[in-house]
Design a protein around this ligand. Sequence first.
Ligand code: MRU
Length: 357
Amino acid sequence: MVDIELPFKTIELRGDHLVLLDQRQLPEKVEYVQIEKYKVVIEAIRNMTVRGAPAIGVVAGFAMFLASVEYSNLPEDGYFRLMSKAADELSLARPTAANLRWAVQRIRKIIEGNHGISIAKTHQMVKQEAEAIEAEDKELCRSIGEHGAALINDGDGILTHCNAGALATAGIGTALGVIYTAAFSGKKIRIYSGETRPVDQGRRLTSWELAASGLDVTILCDNMIGSIISSGKIDKVIVGADRIAMNGDTANKIGTLNMALIADHFQVPFYVAAPYSTFDPEAQSGADIPIEFRPKDEVASAENYVDIHGKIDIYNPAFDVTPVNLITAYITDRGILTSSELGAVLMRKAKNLNQVH
Ligand code: MRU
């Protein structure tokens, strides 16, 4: 097992407040924001101070704890009513990542199960569950990294997209977790990342965290993906996921589908790395996954977008869905799974869902 310590922290609960590395400022500035109210966490998720499916889940768990701090002096009725309202509001912060609702649901179960039990006890349990979600995410990343690294050969060129790293999780990341584990266990790999317009998570975040951790990376514009894959420099594509449906269709950052189609054409293996918290047993296929549309000024900022003729519109979906037939395998905390194996694991998860979380 490789022990990996990265030189920055993305999310930290310090006493009764949450500290987040402000990802809007990277790579120019490394700044942290301190948050005391759950409503400010909702805003931080929406404006992408924190982003990446597992990180959003972890932060949502902590936001429920902040709500509990805020409401714990209320009479019992008020406490339970407002905690339930906070859970509803948090669930809506961003629509696509499965981990957000999964984490909120875990805390909601505790609140609902504790009606009639003391608020002090419930408060303590909410904190413990939020901390457990964080600890579990670290472990899931470690496990994905170990399983995935076994697929990587010395000398491989690996292409990734967006940021599925330590900035997107509480641990070493999913797709980047595989890359860190392979690299720190001594494999010589070449790492490539798509820029990921319009928010530039690849150019701004993936390059920053890999470089800060001592790894070299080559960034390319999204319209260069066909060029690099066709050049033979890429041996494997590994991306993260925001939500995986029962049949294996996978929602991830916009542009993932293009990468998968090109990889398929040139017969380059295409892997999705994700923890079980990203699988949605209620989504039968990609058609059931809601896709977030982001503000138009992400594509054209106010300074360079002047629609003087009133004729220009902007299309800005944040995610696309890659169909299962383009995915070679899923690198999960439970091992490398093909789409048919995935079905069985997801079924088990769906059955356990009501009992466990
Ligand atoms: O819009 P973002 O930056 O939250 O999108 C992030 C991604 O698409 C990641 O690939 C995904 O959440 C997996 S992160 C381990």
